[in-house]
Write a protein that binds this ligand. Structure first.
Ligand SMILES: *[C@@H]1O[C@H](CO)[C@@H](O)[C@H](O)[C@H]1NC(C)=O
Ligand SMILES: *[C@@H]1O[C@H](CO)[C@@H](O)[C@H](O)[C@H]1NC(C)=O
Ligand SMILES: *[C@@H]1O[C@H](CO)[C@@H](O)[C@H](O)[C@H]1NC(C)=O
Ligand SMILES: *[C@@H]1O[C@H](CO)[C@@H](O)[C@H](O)[C@H]1NC(C)=O
Ligand SMILES: *[C@@H]1O[C@H](CO)[C@@H](O)[C@H](O)[C@H]1NC(C)=O
Ligand SMILES: *[C@@H]1O[C@H](CO)[C@@H](O)[C@H](O)[C@H]1NC(C)=O
Length: 253
């Protein structure tokens, strides 16, 4: 009875030391999309000798794979362990596979050979973009909306130049996805992204006053001017090409 209590105490102590070690220096961050495979490697040469063994551990004390030179033992049937590289492949990662993983070597000393902080994320949902104008002006209220977040800004357009007001920081959800809204090359863009995916939605020609070229604006003049200048040039070029072709064929025969 007393021995049992002592053993448990010793075990608890070992576990808390391990957990402490992992907590103190968190591992390399790794992000995986739900359903994809998680690959973790050791990046060190490991030699298993008599009395030593190796394990991939999850969240401090749960063994995923154990290896002591014989047949590796997989505690999770989705795990694939390489006895050549000591890497771990966990197939079909699920969100509850998120956590700390470490490659643990035990010989005359205990060693943590590699640490990873794994996050398994679902891809982000689609994002909806709505543009509403007050009356017929180019003062626009723009909203990006997803299942669990939204963001809105005001866009004002004057003489083909649009500026965004009240941009502010992106809206970051509890699941770590962030929702951005911005203007780029005459488009209003919503970008919803997390570490494993992104979804975008955009609108062009959102300010009709800007698209219908008003009389007197540069486009109305530039268009015909370009046509007047380029037409003769195109004719001359076509004429020259034909001429050289003819000459070439003359030479050939
Ligand atoms: C592992 O061993 C091989 C051959 O012994 C060596 O070329 C390689 O650099 C070693 N890798 C590391 C990470 O120590
Ligand atoms: C993780 O979730 C899957 C289903 O998504 C479930 O089958 C499995 O038992 C869970 N694992 C743990 C350790 O909770
Ligand atoms: C757009 O909003 C600004 C600021 O509120 C205002 O000064 C301007 O007159 C508005 N423009 C139109 C066309 O309504
Ligand atoms: C982010 O989205 C949530 C949910 O739609 C909303 O309650 C919150 O006010 C938004 N935050 C910002 C800064 O817009
Ligand atoms: C966002 O929308 C809310 C309510 O619809 C409004 O009160 C607020 O002024 C808007 N913010 C911007 C920057 O347009
Ligand atoms: C959306 O945001 C993500 C993360 O910042 C970025 O990798 C991606 O290129 C962005 N997409 C677009 C179309 O801007």
């Amino acid at each position: 009875m007393q021995l049992l209590t002592f053993e448990r105490l010793a075990l608890n102590l070992t576990l808390s030391i391990l957990t402490y070690r992992v907590a103190v220096s968190t591992g390399t961050p790794v992000f995986v999309k739900t359903g994809e495979d998680l690959f973790l490697d050791v990046k060190k040469n490991v030699t298993i000798t008599k009395g030593s063994d190796f394990a991939w551990k999850f969240n401090g004390h749960r063994n995923v794979v154990k290896y002591n030179g014989g047949q590796p033992y997989h505690f999770d049937e989705r795990a694939v362990f390489s006895v050549q590289t000591f890497s771990l492949l966990l197939k079909n990662a699920q969100k509850n596979d998120s956590g700390d993983y470490f490659a643990y070597y035990s010989g005359d000393k205990d060693n943590v050979l590699a640490k990873y902080q794994v996050t398994v994320q679902d891809p982000v949902s689609a994002v909806e973009l709505t543009v509403e104008s007050e009356t017929d002006s180019c003062n626009l209220s723009v909203t990006c909306r997803t299942q669990d977040s939204h963001i809105n800004v005001t866009v004002r357009c004057v003489d083909r130049t649009c500026i965004q007001e009240g941009g502010g920081p992106p809206n970051v959800t509890t699941t770590g996805a962030s929702l951005h809204i911005y203007l780029q090359n005459g488009k209003i863009i919503c970008n919803y992204s997390n570490q494993v995916s992104w979804e975008r939605n955009y609108k062009k020609d959102f300010c009709l006053q800007n698209v219908d070229s008003e009389p007197g604006t540069k486009t109305t003049i530039i268009g015909p001017v370009i046509a007047c200048i380029s037409l003769p040039i195109i004719c001359i070029v076509v004429y020259l090409i034909r001429k050289t072709r003819n000459r070439k064929s003359n030479c050939a025969f």
